[in-house]
Design a binder for this molecule. Structure first.
Ligand SMILES: O=P(O)(O)OC[C@H]1O[C@](O)(CO)[C@@H](O)[C@@H]1O
Length: 561
């Protein structure tokens, strides 16, 4: 069945087939009758249960950002002109999760350059520092203002500008909440601009706020068009109608029975580059708690169709990002689509608002609070209090060809209880441990620019395990699927990849280096996952040249029948 967001010139189109269509038939009408959409737009904090009200009461500002964000556009335009007059035309964005994912999608889709630095990997930080600093402006984006990764990136750039003999303040812009530590730091350091964001908008819902538009506009994106795309569908998305695309999408992704909680996000010519990475954080961090949640699987399969969809398991749902169909003959027409699938079409600004509504309605259906991230706060606190000596490194169980192997105990024994002493064997043990309703999460605390080919192991592992496989770069995924890994259904199995960096350097003013910071973040995440009873295999490359060997092992070794 197909729902078109409006008349014969669709701005949004959501279609559902099979189990997803059945879910829409089962839930959309009640969601409309219960006036969920209009209540969200009206700021009704009571839709997610009493325990969530403290959060939901201050986290619904995103419903109006397409209008309220316009207030900063004149100052933003002036700043862009002033920067150009100063010969500053390279924009680097330091921010994690919701503070960088939307600008990344916005600028990639618009085809304008933006260096997104959302890593503490020393090699990735060094690459961002290697640009022409005289032509560089660093946008430091952090709602809380004390995210350890962003603070470290800020510190090293401030020092680099000074060493280069530049007036650092003229190369620095901040986006943060009023009263945050970053606001105070930026003003004291004379940043040339400090944009205060809407405090009633959480990070993963901030795409249309200053967090989304400041870096994008400075990079050269027409953000008025982006806001207009959202404004054009705002009314449709608040309609209490079973044809409301947000209600349809929410029912399709969260209302199937049995629940298809592994969402295979597949791009099929949408033109929206990287949208899956933004949806991944929004859906995983909003729904992945209380032992429930939806696992978005961002797939960049070279063949186009991810292996998981060749014969989809009963807990898998395909969500395809497609181009809008211009000539819709009959807007009310119901077009059937094959399989247990959902297709979503719309301009980027419209999709931001669509997915935000759909996600909070999905959380309503799942019975979870979409606005907190309890397990991530624990990780953020641990990182904030990193002392002079990062947590002692767990000793390796064994070393095999330059690969230090660490693992939860069960993975180190073969089916006969004999201790495994080779990397290939322990990889097999890991893949065999993926439950029938589970998933494998590969987390690579490496350089996502330099090691980009590593992401291709996702498909190979999906074939080997026959289960959904996610691939995330660390520490970036900690602000996305990290919440779901620890707070969601306890069915994940984890492969963590780390590597000794070729370079390392201190975080100015802190008692650790970038290499120590990222190693500590990986160790903390592994410990947290083990504490949640999740199997985890950690492969540490004493030389990143061994990555080719690890990739071969992941791709090639057969799991015994
Ligand atoms: O913008 P901040 O406060 O630096 O937080 C960055 C990200 O970390 C989280 O708070 C937790 O992952 C996200 O919700 C947020 O987008």
């Amino acid at each position: 069945m197909s729902w078109v967001g409006d008349g014969d010139d669709p701005l949004l189109e959501v279609t559902a087939g099979g189990a997803a269509a059945a879910a829409v038939g089962q839930h959309a009408d009640r969601l409309a009758t219960d006036k969920i959409a209009s209540r969200i737009a009206a700021g009704d904090a009571g839709l997610w249960g009493p325990a969530a009200e403290a959060d939901s009461a201050i986290r619904l500002g995103w419903t109006g950002l397409h209008a309220t964000t316009r207030a900063i556009l004149p100052a933003l335009a002036e700043l862009r002109t002033a920067l150009a007059a100063d010969g500053i035309d390279r924009v680097v964005l330091a921010g994690m999760g919701g503070s960088s994912l939307a600008p990344e999608v916005i600028t990639q889709t618009a085809g304008v350059p933006l260096v997104v630095l959302d890593s503490t990997d020393p090699e990735q930080v060094r690459a961002a520092l290697a640009g022409d600093l005289a032509r560089t402006v660093l946008v430091v984006a952090s709602k809380s203002g004390d995210t350890v990764e962003t603070d470290a990136q800020r510190r090293v750039f401030e020092a680099a500008f000074a060493v280069a003999g530049l007036d650092a303040g003229r190369h620095l812009v901040a986006v943060t909440d009023a009263g945050s530590p970053l606001e105070a730091t930026a003003r004291a350091a004379g940043y040339r601009a400090v944009f205060l964001a809407d405090p009633t908008v959480g990070g993963r819902f901030s795409a249309l706020s200053a967090f989304g538009v400041v870096p994008s506009a400075l990079a050269g994106v027409d953000v008025v068009r982006l806001l207009d795309q959202a404004a054009a569908v705002a009314d449709i998305l608040t309609e209490d109608a079973d044809s409301n695309p947000a209600l349809v999408l929410a029912a399709a992704i969260a209302g199937t029975s049995p629940l298809r909680d592994k969402l295979m996000l597949v791009d099929e010519g949408s033109g929206l580059i990287g949208l899956a990475d933004w949806v991944e954080q929004l859906v995983a961090e909003s729904t992945g708690k209380a032992g429930r949640g939806l696992l978005p699987v961002a797939t960049n399969s070279p063949a186009g169709e991810p292996p998981e969809l060749s014969s989809p398991a009963t807990d898998v749902l395909a969500v395809r990002f497609v181009a809008l169909v211009d000539d819709v003959d009959d807007p009310a027409a119901e077009v059937s689509i094959p399989g247990d699938e959902v297709t979503v079409a719309g301009e980027l600004g419209a999709q931001f608002l669509l997915w935000e509504y759909a996600t909070v309605v999905a959380a309503h259906l799942l019975g979870v609070n979409p606005f907190d991230q309890p397990e991530v706060e624990t990780a953020k606190d641990a990182a904030r209090h990193l002392g002079a000596a990062p947590p002692d490194r767990e000793p390796a169980a064994f070393v095999d060809g330059g690969i230090e192997v660490r693992a939860t105990p069960d993975l180190l024994l073969d089916p006969d209880g004999v201790r495994i002493e080779d990397a290939a064997g322990v990889i097999d043990a890991l893949l065999l441990s993926v439950p029938d309703d589970g998933y494998l999460a590969v987390t690579a605390f490496l350089d996502r620019a330099e090691n980009v080919d590593l992401a291709q192991v996702r498909d190979a592992l999906a074939i080997r395990t026959g289960r959904p496989v996610t691939f995330g770069w660390g520490p970036r995924f900690l602000h996305s699927t990290g919440q779901l890994h620890k707070g969601g259904p306890p069915v994940g199995v984890f492969l963590q990849l780390t590597g000794a960096p070729a370079v390392d350097f201190p975080v100015p003013g802190r008692p650790f280096t970038f290499g120590q910071l990222i190693a500590a973040q990986a160790a903390d995440d592994a410990a947290a996952l083990a504490a949640h009873g999740r199997p985890i295999l950690r492969l540490h490359l004493t030389d990143r040249a061994a990555l080719a060997h690890v990739t071969h092992l992941l791709r090639s070794r057969r799991v015994p029948a």
